[in-house]
Design a protein around this ligand. Structure first.
Ligand code: HXC
Length: 257
């Protein structure tokens, strides 16, 4: 039983994972990251799970890596940090991951949110990489993913000043796709997850992989990958079902085959 997370199944095909360290604004300990990686591994193995929503509390999605824990690690401790493996497992989750962000989304918390494929935020949320104030820098992909999400100038500004941006700014910059009222953030993320859960799982999986390729490969390689993935889907029963359902003017029933 995880101690720092709550896991629910609020709708068919959808898992909701809630970070639960309210006493520390969901600061990310090694234990929490390990439990999150383990829950995502379970969600990956479970064929019924088609999309996952990750959220925190109304006050904080997560206020960063746990500073108390970080203070205990010296250079060798950081070099051998077990959290690196947890981050890698979270990053390689192949199903759609949607972050529902309320409140503070800072440091490692912002880096965690950027591991999600889709970000929905409440209008009072704030996003920032304040590590520079502690004499350090982002260390869980923040410099790389933030620059890809918001571009060079804003990423430099956020990382080098440590100053956060609000949700509307994050949306204009492309970090967040939708901004909601605080009480509706999780519901909206679940709605998006339910919509995805109704699609053909193999098509969703390959589409996610192809979109992620666009971030770290050249155009020609990305287009080649897209072509291969598109061709693979031609052999699936769900493609045949999707096209047949369209022609018969009914809803498709996808099976993941
Ligand atoms: C540990 C934290 C924490 C954190 C908050 N808390 N953030 N504990 N690690 N990152 C704890 C506080 O110590 C406090 O506990 C409780 O949560 C409530 O926080 P307050 O500061 O009292 O709340 P508030 O005044 O509302 O201020 C909220 C805040 C502030 C602005 C978010 O807490 C803050 O600045 N937090 C640190 C943000 C940060 O620097 N994040 C980056 C961390 S470095 P007590 O017991 O004292 O009452 C990082 C590196 C990632 O993330 C690298 C990845 C490899």
């Amino acid at each position: 039983m995880p101690r720092t997370l709550a896991v629910q199944a609020p709708a068919a095909g959808v898992r909701l994972i809630t970070l639960q360290r309210p006493e520390a604004l969901n600061a990310l300990t090694t234990e929490l990251l390990g439990e999150l990686a383990a829950e995502l591994a379970l969600a990956e193995q479970d064929a019924e799970t088609r999309a996952v929503v990750l959220t925190g509390s109304r006050k904080a999605f997560a206020a960063g890596a746990d500073i108390k824990e970080m203070a205990e690690r010296d250079l060798v401790g950081i070099l051998e940090d077990p959290r690196v493996a947890h981050w890698q497992r979270i990053a390689s989750f192949p199903k759609p991951l949607i972050a529902a962000v309320n409140g503070f989304c800072l440091g490692g918390g912002c880096e965690l949110a950027m591991h999600a494929d889709i970000l929905v935020a409440d209008e009072d949320a704030c996003f920032g990489q304040p590590e520079i104030n502690l004499g350090i820098m982002p260390g869980a992909g923040g410099t790389q993913r933030l620059l890809r999400a918001v571009g060079k100038s804003l990423a430099m500004q956020m990382v080098l000043t440590g100053q956060p941006i609000d949700a509307r700014h994050a949306q204009r910059a492309g970090l967040v796709s939708e901004v909601t009222l605080p009480e509706l953030t999780v519901e909206r993320a679940l709605e998006i997850a339910r919509a995805i859960a109704g699609k053909a799982p193999l098509a969703v999986r390959l589409a996610k992989e192809a979109l992620l390729k666009a971030q770290d490969t050249d155009l020609a390689s990305g287009l080649r990958f897209e072509r291969h993935a598109f061709t693979v889907l031609a052999g699936t029963a769900d493609r045949a079902e999707g096209i047949r359902a369209f022609q018969e003017k009914r809803r498709p029933e996808f099976t993941g085959r």
